[in-house]
Design a binder for this molecule. Structure first.
Ligand SMILES: [Zn+2]
Length: 231
């Protein structure tokens, strides 16, 4: 892992720029975590106000071919969770991992613990990005949750295509961008397994859905998604 103290001035400058872009309003960084609480969409887990007091699927999900049964997150991607995730990923503040894992474990207990899971599958990074960052935040989170809840880590996916930045792409382009970006690593057999995909943030779901599609085609029985936060 790369210590911040060893980073060159240009890399430090890039991190500062990234954090400034992520947190244009300093006071918003201090905002306490906002839990994702019902009512939310049964499929994508997006919280809605003013909906009937019964299970529902949102209009986005009606049109979507999800390859996972449901996605859940601990918090909205803002305030303290956003700060913790960004500083963990971009500023190598590894002490954040304990808090992030605790948040993820809380969401697991609340939304996923009633089912049997055969393993936790982290969303992979492209190898060049992995080398540049030094670690995959999703793998660290999945390993931490696995230790906390006695579930095996199944680091069974690889990203075989570098997907250009999603920023600025229309939704349709984001989804096309992700097609065929992932593969199952050869030594893994996921046939009949119930697998929980783990990532730090759920935004459009394009990334986790592409991962779920690979696992579904490989014969996984049940797939769901758990993230620290969601937009
Ligand atoms: Zn939905």
């Amino acid at each position: 892992m790369v210590a911040v103290a060893l980073l060159s001035p240009s890399v430090r400058g890039w991190i500062d720029t990234a954090l400034n872009l992520a947190f244009p309003w300093p006071e918003s960084v201090e905002a306490p975590p906002k839990p994702v609480v019902p009512p939310f969409c049964e499929r994508c887990g997006y919280p809605y106000e003013h909906v009937p007091d019964r299970p529902f699927v949102c209009s986005t999900c009606v049109d979507r071919e999800w390859h996972f049964s449901h996605a859940r997150a601990a918090f909205l991607t803002e305030g303290q969770p956003l700060e913790a995730i960004a500083r963990f990923k971009y500023a190598q503040e590894f002490f954040r991992l304990g808090q992030l894992t605790d948040w993820l474990a809380g969401a697991f207990d609340q939304h996923m613990a009633s089912e049997r899971w055969d393993g936790l599958v982290p969303v992979p990074l492209f190898h060049r990005h992995l080398r540049a960052r030094g670690f995959n935040q999703a793998r660290e989170l999945a390993a931490g949750l696995g230790r906390a809840r006695g579930l095996p880590l199944r680091d069974c996916l690889k990203r075989v295509r570098e997907t250009p930045s999603q920023v600025g792409l229309e939704r349709h382009a984001r989804w096309k961008n992700m097609q065929n970006a992932f593969r199952l690593k050869g030594r893994f057999d996921v046939t009949g397994q119930n697998l929980l995909l783990i990532d730090d943030v759920f935004t459009t779901g394009a990334t986790t859905n592409a991962c779920a599609q690979v696992l579904e085609r490989a014969g996984a029985a049940r797939l769901a998604v758990l993230t620290v936060s969601r937009s």
